[in-house]
Design a protein. Structure first.
Length: 926
């Protein structure tokens, strides 16, 4: 295998980088959209999705009639019902001394109506789950309990046994401030996990145990603090549940303290639901299909009013909660133009009605269609809650043939109605505006003093009557689809609701924008370069034209000159160029694009030039450069002397119990301190993801992690410190193989670093349903810690038939601990290669606040390293001296070389100090 054909990867951990984004929002009008989230009414047998499998037409190519039938429904692909539950305090059996407490001063009184006291001697509660119908169709269980422990006590909190064989148990020891989780592990043996946490601080705490699949989770106060692999389907075992103790237990196994609400749920609760159980808050109920909750892979419902998505809070990835093919009427006025209401096929005429929530003075109606507009449309209003209806405006492809009305007929009175053709170029996603105060309407300039026009504007409901489809053309669709209806105007107060003439309305008056300016493109020339292997259907660039008129009429984009033979197409409504066919390398395509806008009174157009170049994708990068910033170099320079010792900290590489004297210095300031080394349990962990792309021949996620104690010291760690790395699959991958994927690794006692691999199921790469790359989420956490898992990043799983370049992973890892003036840190270069490395090189460009003070090589006999200095650049080369020591096909996991970089003692605070690491292939003939 030629190394020259290998792609090198350099990964450097970047600490302390904050990227702040500003969010810009634009609104069409300052007034309230009266239609937003209001009740939308359509005949129940006319909406796509209201019956189980409704046939409808989904146009793939919007320029042609759809010939493919599909189905839609309202089933929630990620939905399940909220689990049934049992109140264990109300239904459980009391044993020993269990007494109710009525005092309002008790810690857990607010968490439940039944607060009880357990005496710590013989009192406990039991509940049998054997034969319970609660678990007939469940996929797990959840136990939740509110409790407060008496100081000095230790005893059982929750446990479950099957014929006196322990399945799992949680106990608390207030003396050493620990919780223990005991469970049957994957081998069927008992495992015990200790967590530093106290329940005896006078507060009421919430404890939850969740079991599903082969996983057990422990939550304390709604925070996940432990997640372990258990014996298969541990939750599905029959037996009894015990609170506060169990029969024939020893004295120290009974819990002493208060117990509030306690529930058993027939299924795994989601994190948001556990938080609800802990705090008493109401669960967020979405507007659409509120019975559907999310599953464990995406446990949160999105906060939009419809709740369209389930969210993974670790990476903000989403999955559809409501089926993507469901288009309910509420989706036409939810404020989201990416959702839409859609009718069944071949149903016309059809009415779509929106309630305004009272009498409103309607001045503007904007109708945004998802696909093609109707062939005939009537905009109607009712001022008496739907008892009677009158038209505001007719729209048609042909006014005479559809409504027997003249196109743009004269409006003789303030409340006259006419028909508008106007849309000579109908296209998908068209916006149809209605302005009551158009200049051609009598009295529009004196609206404030024109009672007839004011009464004409009042409405409690607005209706769209779609009387026909677009017509017998290739643009025809035989269904209707509304992306959004927006209604603006003024709020009204009506002393006599049955008499709208008594209404008083306030607020600003909306008039049509003046369309007397030129329609202009943002640029006179748009250019873009694309690769010769750009996928078909990719968006290439977007042109955009603007004027005040775009609020009153849509812009239509079209190509009027071109030399591409149809390889590209433009979306008429958005101006987005897309690739239709593959194009040749080194080609240049030129287009003249026109934008047209017609609002009924003014016809505007403009044009611009578009150039698209086709270039080759560079399949071999001979070098990869990564820049990173050190974190707050010299930040102690301006600190008071008295605080320097505390903030500097000491990293002493020594064994426990060692004593000594240490000289610390910051610039010219120094101090001496006596020290004794101790070993502490690790309190912090940081990690870096090595591989962001995973292929079938190396099916594993690789992570490097470093643990630290409470002083962020990586040198004095106990052997019990362990790092847990977990891979959370996408919904598709979970369906192929949904087993819990995590690896627990013990870091080096001297460096605190662990190299961790999480093997992935081979089926993920070979299953026929996996036709495109899928993304998995990687989290990491410190075992035996109360800290929740932290998001590390995402990795892409590539199907086995995907083309893969051979990969030689060479990566650098920055220090995970803080960097201080006068201190040193190491940059380690790792090699994880499937092939022999003949020659490589590292270049370190050192910034003004840094200096290299030395280097060291590991004990691998096949590596020779030399360091040469040239100005501020240090060149390090490594050559394979014994090719047989690293044969092809053998994966090497060796630290090649480690550089010590010292922060100069004269350094000042400089957040821009940089260190550039470059990996270069030096021998291209290998």
């Amino acid at each position: 295998m030629s190394l020259c054909g290998l792609q090198l990867q350099v990964l450097c951990l970047i600490a302390g980088v904050l990227i702040q984004q500003s969010t810009l929002s634009t609104y069409a009008y300052a007034q309230t959209n009266f239609a937003l989230h209001r009740r939308a009414i359509v005949s129940s047998n006319s909406t796509c999705g209201l019956q189980e499998r409704d046939e409808f037409c989904s146009a793939v190519d919007l320029l042609h009639q759809c010939k493919k039938l599909d189905y839609c429904d309202v089933q929630c692909p990620f939905g399940e019902n909220i689990p049934d539950s049992v109140d264990l305090v109300a239904t459980g059996i009391f044993h020993g001394e269990v007494t109710f407490i009525n005092q309002s001063s008790t810690a857990c009184n607010e968490q439940g109506t039944r607060t009880i006291h357990l005496n710590g001697t013989n009192g406990f509660i039991s509940e049998s789950s054997e034969g319970s119908p609660l678990f007939n169709d469940s996929q797990g269980l959840t136990l939740t309990i509110h409790l407060s422990q008496t100081p000095g006590d230790k005893g059982g909190v929750i446990s479950k046994e099957d014929n006196r064989s322990l399945l799992f148990a949680v106990s608390a020891n207030s003396t050493n401030h620990q919780l223990s989780l005991e469970y049957l592990n994957v081998s069927g043996l008992r495992s015990i996990l200790l967590v530093n946490y106290s329940l005896a601080d006078g507060q009421c705490h919430h404890v939850a145990v969740v079991l599903f699949s082969s996983t057990i989770q422990l939550y304390i106060d709604a925070q996940l603090i432990a997640e372990e692999i258990t014996y298969q389907n541990l939750w599905n075992k029959n037996g009894s549940i015990f609170l506060g103790g169990k029969p024939n237990a020893s004295q120290d196994q009974y819990f002493k303290g208060e117990l509030g609400a306690a529930h058993l749920y027939a299924g795994p609760l989601l994190p948001s639901e556990i938080k609800t159980d802990a705090t008493g808050q109401n669960i967020h109920v979405p507007r659409l299909t509120p019975h559907c909750r999310c599953q464990v892979e995406y446990p949160l419902v999105s906060m939009d009013v419809d709740g369209l998505y389930c969210v993974n809070p670790k990476n903000n990835h989403t999955a559809r909660r409501v089926n993507a093919k469901a288009h309910l009427e509420g989706m036409a006025n939810d404020g989201n133009r990416d959702t839409w209401w859609q009718s069944k096929r071949t149903q016309a005429p059809l009415n779509f009605t929106v309630s305004l929530g009272g009498v409103k003075q309607v001045l503007v109606v904007m109708i945004i269609f998802k696909w093609w507009p109707p062939g005939g449309l009537i905009l109607l209003k009712s001022a008496d809650n739907g008892a009677t209806w009158s038209p505001w405006q007719y729209f048609a492809q042909g006014c005479r043939t559809t409504f027997n009305l003249e196109n743009r007929g004269k409006l003789h009175f303030a409340n006259s109605v006419n028909c508008i053709e106007g849309f000579l170029y109908p296209f998908p996603a068209i916006t149809i505006p209605f302005y009551l105060l158009q200049s051609s309407r009598p009295g529009s300039d004196s609206f404030e003093t024109n009672p007839s026009l004011q009464e004409f504007s009042l409405a409690t409901h607005v209706r769209l009557s779609m009387v026909s489809h677009l017509g017998n053309s290739e643009e025809k669709t035989d269904y209707f689809a509304i992306s959004e209806i927006e209604i603006y105007g003024r709020n009204c107060t009506c002393p006599f609701p049955t008499n709208v003439s008594s209404c008083q309305c306030d607020g600003s008056i909306i008039r049509p924008p003046k369309c007397n300016e030129t329609l202009k493109f943002d640029s006179e020339l748009y250019t873009r370069s694309i690769f010769d292997q750009t996928p078909i259907g990719s968006s290439i660039l977007q042109v955009h034209a603007r004027s005040h008129c775009v609020r009153s009429a849509p812009v239509f984009y079209s190509i009027i000159e071109r030399n591409d033979s149809g390889s590209f197409q433009i979306e008429n409504a958005t101006g987005v160029f897309k690739l239709r066919f593959y194009v040749f390398l080194n080609s240049t395509f030129q287009f003249v694009v026109e934008a047209r806008l017609q609002d009924g009174e003014y016809l505007l157009n403009s044009s611009t030039l578009v150039l698209i170049h086709v270039i080759a994708r560079d399949t071999l990068n001979s070098r990869t450069i990564v820049n990173f910033k050190t974190e707050d170099l010299g930040f102690l320079q301006d600190e008071p002397i008295s605080n320097r010792m505390q903030q500097f900290g000491f990293f002493v590489n020594s064994y426990p119990g060692s004593e000594g004297r240490l000289l610390a210095f910051v610039g010219a300031v120094s101090a001496e301190v006596n020290y004794t080394t101790t070993r502490q349990r690790a309190q912090n962990v940081k990690a870096v993801l090595v591989n962001e792309d995973v292929y079938w021949d190396r099916p594993a996620v690789r992570v490097i992690a470093q643990v630290q104690d409470s002083s962020y010291n990586v040198r004095t760690l106990v052997e019990e410190s362990e790092v847990v790395v977990k891979v959370v699959p996408s919904a598709l991958l979970s369906g192929i193989d949904g087993n819990l994927l995590q690896t627990i690794a013990k870091p080096s006692a001297s460096s605190g670093i662990a190299v961790i691999q999480v093997p992935l199921p081979p089926q993920w790469f070979s299953d026929p349903s996996l036709v495109a790359p899928e993304v998995v989420t990687i989290t990491f956490r410190l075992r035996n810690s109360a800290m929740p898992p932290a998001l590390l990043g995402n990795a892409t799983i590539h199907p086995q038939n995907n083309t893969q370049l051979p990969v030689n992973d060479v990566y650098a890892v920055l220090p995970l601990d803080s960097v201080y003036v006068g201190g040193t840190f190491s940059v380690s270069i790792y090699c994880d290669s499937s092939y022999a490395v003949a020659s490589f090189g590292i270049r370190l460009a050192v910034g003004p606040s840094l200096a290299i003070v030395g280097s060291q090589v590991d004990g691998q006999r096949w590596v020779h390293v030399a360091v040469n200095r040239s100005s501020s650049e240090w060149v390090v080369s490594g050559t394979l001296t014994d090719p047989e020591a690293a044969p092809q096909g053998v994966v090497k996991k060796a630290t090649l070389v480690s550089f010590d970089v010292k922060v100069k003692e004269t350094a000042v605070a400089d957040t821009n100090a940089t260190l550039t690491a470059e990996v270069r292939i030096q021998d291209k003939t290998c």
